[in-house]
Design a binder for this molecule. Sequence first.
Ligand SMILES: *Cc1c(COP(=O)(O)O)cnc(C)c1O
Length: 458
Amino acid sequence: MELPFAESYKIKTVEKIHRSTREQREKWIKEAKYNLFNLRSDQVYIDLLTDSGTGAMSDKQWSEMMVGDESYAGASSYYKLKNAIKDITGFEYFLPTHQGRAAENVLFSAMIKEGDIVPGNSHFDTTKGHIEFRKAKAVDCTIDEAKHTELDYPFKGNVDTEKLENVLKSYPREKIPLIIVTITNNTSGGQPVSIENMKEVKKVAGKYGIPVFFDSARFAENAYFIKKREKGYGDKSIREIVKEMFSYADGMTMSSKKDAIVNMGGFIGFRHKEHFEKATMYNILFEGFINYGGMSGRDMNALAQGLYEGTEFDYLETRIKQVAYLGNKLRKHGIATQYPFGGHAVFIDAKKFLPHVPKEEYIAQTLAVEIYLEGGVRAVEIGTLLADRDPVTRENRYPELELVRLAIPRRTYTDNHMDYVAAAVINVFERRNSIKHGFKIVKEAPILRHFTVELEKV
Ligand SMILES: *Cc1c(COP(=O)(O)O)cnc(C)c1O
C-alpha cells in the first residue's frame, strides 16, 4: 500500500474552539448586522476570515520569545533578524516595522509623491490605499489570464510585460518611482509569479532605470509553486529559489503575519544603501528606532525563526496541499472556484453559486452569511462590498468577480476541519435554488466600508 501524505508536524498545544446551533448563529449574525467582521471569535467555529497573523507558532518560535533582547538599541534580536533576512532574501539592509502596511507607509513616504504612477500586478488593497493616499496612481498590469477563474494556467499572478512597458513609455521617468510585484498575487487569488516573469520585469525596469520592489507577504508559497511548476526548478531547494527570486528585486516589503508565521510584524528589505537611508527617517518617525521599528525583541526573534520555518519544503507542502484538499472537495461537487488553487485560500465563484440573487443584493456577502449560518464557518466577501462606491458618482462598483474567500490559517486546522468546512459549503450548494435574496445596506463608511457596513435582509 502506498503511504499517504500526512502533516510534517504534530500538535503540542491546543486551543478550544466553540460549536453553536443554527438558532444561536441566526441571532448572532442578525445582531452583527450581517457583517462577519462584527462577530465575536467565540461565535465562530472555524475561522477562515484571513490567514494573516492567525497561524500557529512552533515550539522553537515560542522558545525564541523567551530569549528576546529588549534593549532599545543594538539588541541581539535585531541582529538575529538582520542575519536571517540577509541569509534568506539576500538583502543587505532592512528596517523592521509593526506589520506589512507600515512597511508600505515608510517606503512610500520615502519614494512616492503626488501625481506619481506605480505600475504592478493587482496591488493589494493596503498597497493601493497607501499609493492613492499620496495622490499617486496604481496601474494594474496583471496578465488577462488572471480574470478567468477556471482557466488552468500555472502563473496567473504574472505581470504582463507589454502592458508594463506601455506604462513606462507613456510617462516621464521621474513620474514612476518604483514598480511593485506582489508575490503571490493576493488580489488575483494567491496566484504565483514565475521566475521568468520576475526576470523579464527586472529587465524592462532596468531599461528605464526604475527600481523593482516585491510585496512579499507570501514569497515562500510563491517559491513552492515555482519549484512545482516552472521548468528547471524541480530540483532546487525552496531557499535557493527564494534567493534567486529576490535577486530580481531592489527591495521588498513584508507582512510577516503571512509566510513568516508570526502573529504580528513586518519589515522592508533594501539592496541599495541610498533607498535604506532615505526610508530611515520615516521609520523612526512612524515606527520606532531602526533597531526595533514597532516590534519587541521577542517578536523579532520569533520572526527570524519563522522565516526559516516558512521556507522549509515540508511545511509548505503540508500547507499548500491542505488548501488544495479543501478546494478539490468543493470542485468535485461542481462548485466553481478559482483554479488552480492559490497558496493560502480557496476562492468560490459566488455568481455561479447563487444565480438567483441580484447583484444589487451583494451576492458574495449573501453566500458568506449562508456558510456561517450553515456551520459557523467564517469566510470573507471579496465582491461589491469590498469594491466600495465610485468616488465621483457614488454608485456601487460591481466587480466582474464576486468571490467568497476561505483563507486557511497556517498550521492551525486539521483536514477534519477542512472536511467540516466542505460539508457546510456543500449543504448550502444543495439548497442554492431556494436562496433568492440577499441584503441591502443600512449604514456604510465612505471608504473601506466592508469592515463596518451594516446590512438588513431584503
Ligand atoms: C497582508 C498583506 C499586506 C499588508 O500587510 P499587513 O500586515 O496586513 O499590514 C500587503 N500586501 C499583501 C500582498 C498582503 O497580503
